[in-house]
Design a protein around this ligand. Structure first.
Ligand code: SAH
Length: 394
């Protein structure tokens, strides 16, 4: 097995069990490891720290499999890691919750692997050279550990380029999922397109937050910005909202939102579907003197990297400011950011600045984050990406 030796003073994050080894931290490589090969990791004095998956093209040159210096990375190891990840979610799936994340990458000791269950199907992404290397073993283990009709791959994402991997999508086990798979989240029903939806098909990370919005919506007029397939809108209607306006720039997402409304027995008189750019549409609504009781802002990741955080901060501030102007006294802003590069404290500051500039005061009643099937491994705080604030305005 090849051995990588870290430079002097570059092992501190690893000693805290952070799983990433950046290229700049490596002093020497003994051997010629191929992408995904298991390598032994040593500190600058030659003491073994553990084993990692090698990724020669990525800035994250290796990702730790284990800090157990005796660990052997083989089919048995992969199987056991997956078994544990799935066992951690054993209590989550039920007759009334048929979708959840089963494997969340580094947080489950499985760098680069995402596995989501949607009803009888699994949808997965292989995002690192290590996950790619073990793909067939992973698929066989998943089929055994989480019985399903089919496993579909959605590795059609640009991050694979950093790992020297081409984008890929298609069936990898069992039967092709139907064009739409129905899932249930408590009393909410959704159709999910595993083949064409965002990410692996749907935003499972907002599960608890949709339930919260449902509880807060009775009697309210709701504006659901960046609605995707209608998640928060349907939650609001289930919770007794009098009307929901769903806004998204994607035609296919709104088409599916329409199907999801019908599936939950809501008619067109209860919900609008508006195809628009939220930045412009919020201004249009203000010009029309519209007002709402509750507004959800759940935009896409505005900051892909730390370098973009200023531009992203301006975008988050802009929509929060515009939304605040559409809320009356006692109105509720549910404001999210899924940019890992924007930390919770900064997001709170952006939100507070936006409300200040809008001339509004209020209080934060809830601090929100991604659902429990997207946990944050203690040594890997980067796993926290979704943040939300519920602000009730004076
Ligand atoms: N709230 C959703 C997930 C939102 S994902 C849920 O719970 O399922 C972000 C959505 O924003 C995507 O559907 C994308 O199509 C949409 N989007 C991205 N930029 C946009 C823009 N400028 N205006 C409107 N929608 C946009």
């Amino acid at each position: 097995m090849s051995v990588i030796k870290l430079s002097k003073g570059r092992d501190s994050s690893l000693l805290r069990r952070h799983p990433w080894i950046f290229s700049g931290a490596i002093d020497s490589v003994d051997g010629e490891p191929a992408p995904g090969d298991t390598v032994t990791v040593e500190d600058s004095r030659g003491k073994t720290l553990g084993v990692a998956a090698w990724s020669p093209t990525s800035q994250i040159r290796a990702r730790m499999w284990s800090f157990d210096t005796e660990a052997v990375i083989d089919a048995g190891f992969i199987h056991e890691r997956l078994r544990r990840a799935i066992a951690r979610r054993a209590g989550l799936l039920s007759a009334t919750r048929t979708a959840c994340r089963l494997v969340y990458a580094e947080s489950d000791g499985f760098p680069g692997l995402i596995v989501d269950r949607y009803g009888d199907y699994l949808s997965c992404q292989f995002l690192s050279a290590g996950a790619e290397f073990w793909r067939d073993t992973i698929v066989a283990a998943l089929a055994e550990l989480s019985p399903c009709r089919g496993i579909y791959e959605r590795s059609d994402v640009t991050v694979r380029k950093h790992e020297g991997l081409a984008q890929r999508q298609g069936l990898i086990h069992g039967e092709e999922p139907p064009a739409l798979v129905q899932i249930q989240e408590q009393d909410r029903l959704f159709m999910v397109s595993i083949q064409q939806g965002h990410k692996t098909g749907y935003y499972l990370d907002q599960f608890d937050n949709r339930s919260l919005v449902q509880r807060m919506s009775a009697g309210k007029r709701v504006l659901n910005c960046f609605s995707y397939t209608g998640g928060f809108g349907i939650a609001a209607l289930k919770g007794g909202a009098t009307h929901v306006t769903n806004v998204d720039s994607s035609g296919p997402a709104l088409e599916l939102a329409g199907e999801n409304l019908a599936l939950n027995d809501f008619g067109p008189e209860q919900a609008d579907l508006v195809q628009a750019n939220v930045f412009e549409y919020l201004r249009e609504l203000k010009n029309k003197n519209m007002s709402y009781d509750l507004i959800v802002l759940d935009p896409p990741k505005f900051a892909e990297t730390k370098h973009q955080f200023k531009k992203a901060a301006r975008a988050y501030k802009d929509i929060a400011l515009q939304a605040a102007q559409l809320l009356g006294s006692g109105g509720t802003l549910v404001n999210f950011s899924c940019s890992g590069a924007i930390d919770p404290a900064l997001f709170q500051k952006i939100t507070a600045d936006a409300l200040l500039d809008a001339g509004r005061d209020g209080r934060i009643t809830h601090y929100l984050h991604q659902a429990e099937d997207h946990p944050v491994a203690l040594p890997f705080p980067e796993a926290l990406y979704l943040k939300g604030l519920v602000c009730v305005l004076d």
